[in-house]
Design a protein around this ligand. Structure first.
Ligand SMILES: Nc1ncnc2c1ncn2[C@@H]1O[C@H](COP(=O)(O)OP(=O)(O)OP(=O)(O)O)[C@@H](O)[C@H]1O
Length: 227
């Protein structure tokens, strides 16, 4: 069973320690939901897993993954910024992303690969396919960013407050798609300030008040413990 293994991870930003000694394991088919106050380090952890920040210490690996590829290459990062090319048409954005990002397979991961138009229709923005992405509303841009995850399947989704800017119906649809990814043997690490109806879930709470201390996180328990 593919497993994400994070061991004794320490992350600094701007010369300041954000967290230290963070360890957890996440099995395929499970979601890790990170909670914590503003500035606790949720985004920093996601960006580190995505290979965008070099850790000050510790290790991260995907046991059972493709040994020829880095952890970051097994992942899609869905962060605060949309990573959408505004001058390109909406469909062109997805075609670029599909060609630029190679799909990655792991044992027991059975994703459904979609064509750009298919996922645009599914997310309710098929009618915008030929418009420059700059014309999209905030929520539509967010959906386009989300569509990238389906044109080039990768097992690990790193998602920073994934439901922000989405209306209620889109939020429910996203949760459904995230649960399908888990059922397909994918894994999700997500930061959130709201409850996400994902299953099965492992909670990780980061504490800003004691950031830098080895006790600055708690892994395990239930989300309700941190409500
Ligand atoms: N580019 C940066 N340079 C220096 N320090 C940074 C940078 N980005 C974030 N930080 C600092 O790192 C710490 C953790 O920030 P991070 O964005 O990871 O927190 P967060 O838990 O995601 O917060 P939020 O809930 O507000 O999104 C904060 O103290 C923040 O000021």
């Amino acid at each position: 069973m593919p497993t994400l293994i994070v061991d004794d991870l320490t992350v600094d930003r701007g010369g300041r320690r954000v967290f230290a000694g963070l360890s957890f394991q996440l099995q395929a088919g499970h979601a890790l939901v990170i909670t914590g106050a503003n500035g606790a380090g949720k985004s920093s952890l996601l960006r580190t897993l995505a290979g965008l920040i070099s850790p000050a210490g510790g290790s991260m690996s995907l046991n059972g993954g493709d040994s020829e590829r880095s952890l970051a290459e097994h992942a899609h990062y869905f962060g605060h910024e949309s990573a959408v090319k505004r001058a390109l048409p909406v469909r062109g954005n997805l075609e670029f992303w599909r060609d630029f990002t190679s799909p990655v397979q792991t044992e027991k991961f059975t994703p459904t690969t979609m064509q750009p138009m298919e996922i645009l229709e599914l997310l309710g923005i098929g009618h915008t396919a030929d418009l420059p992405a700059a014309y999209l509303s905030a929520g539509q841009t967010r959906r386009l960013a989300l569509a990238r995850l389906f044109v080039s399947p990768r097992p690990l989704w790193l998602m920073d407050e994934p439901t922000s800017a989405l209306d209620t119906a889109s939020e429910a649809q996203l949760i459904g798609l995230m649960n399908t990814h888990l059922k397909n043997g994918g894994m999700i690490v997500t930061a959130t300030h709201t409850e996400l109806a994902l299953s099965p879930v492992e909670p990780l709470h980061l504490s800003a008040s004691i950031a830098g201390d080895e006790d600055a996180y708690e892994f395990g328990g239930t989300l309700e413990d941190y409500a």
